[in-house]
Design a protein around this ligand. Structure first.
Ligand SMILES: [Zn+2]
Length: 233
């Protein structure tokens, strides 16, 4: 195997490592992403708070209705009890009773509306809780899948890195140094194929002499235009 072939293999391994690292990073960012879960939890929490507030309101309103009923009963008792005989006073009592009954009807109407609102909140809370359960199940399943995927990728990465170690130990320091320099300077692409006399890195047509050298030279030959190491398979 020529040095350039070794470097080309190394490049393939390095590209594999790069892809693997990117995949690990994207799995990790997916593992961190729990927006949907948080959103769903928040909606349930909000509905619970609304319900709690409405329950407090309901108790208050029930007390108010009760107290209005009590007041009306007292006035009614006075009105029909027989102790008050003065027509003016009786008239006043009747007027008072009418006002109290009016208030009571209003309060009962409000209570009825509130009870309907509570029913609505309970229903939507139930729906939201069901949705949350589904979201949690999906999230947990996806989370487990991603953990397995990350393990697999880490395993692949370890194998590739081992392979890189082995391959680079075979290449002599000079060409390996050149490869590493080109890889960091040339956005990773250090070795390129030559196809029909054209450098596949920068697409120029190479002088025949360079192609010939690339084919026969025991040391790496670089493209005169982009400096990449030329590989003829
Ligand atoms: Zn080139």
């Amino acid at each position: 195997m020529t040095v350039v072939q070794q470097l080309y293999d190394l490049l393939e391994v390095d590209e594999g490592i790069e892809r693997c690292k990117q995949a690990v990073a994207s799995v990790e960012s997916a593992l961190m992403d729990n927006r949907l879960l948080l959103q769903s939890q928040q909606m349930v929490e909000e509905a619970r708070l609304t319900l709690k507030r409405q329950e407090v309101e309901r108790r208050d309103l029930e007390l108010t209705v009760e107290s209005s009923q009590g007041k009306a009963a007292l006035v009614q008792e006075k009105l029909y009890g027989g102790r008050v005989r003065n027509p003016k006073e009786l008239e006043n009592l009747q007027a008072e009773l009418n006002i109290l009954r009016g208030q009571q009807r209003e309060q009962e109407g409000e209570l009825l509306q509130l009870l309907e609102a509570i029913e609505g909140t309970q229903e939507s809370l139930g729906n939201l809780e069901n949705t949350l359960k589904e979201v949690e199940t999906t999230w947990r399943r996806e989370h487990d899948r991603l953990l397995v995927e990350r393990e697999r990728l880490r395993g692949d990465l370890a194998l590739l890195e081992e392979r890189r170690q082995r391959l680079s130990s075979l290449v002599s320091p000079g060409p390996l140094g050149l490869y590493n320099t080109l890889r960091s300077a040339r956005l990773g692409l250090a070795v390129v194929k030559v196809e029909r006399g054209i450098c596949q890195g920068c697409r120029i047509t190479l002088p025949t002499r360079v192609v010939q050298m690339a084919r026969t030279s025991p040391t790496p030959v670089q493209c005169p235009s982009c400096s990449r190491i030329l590989y003829i398979s």
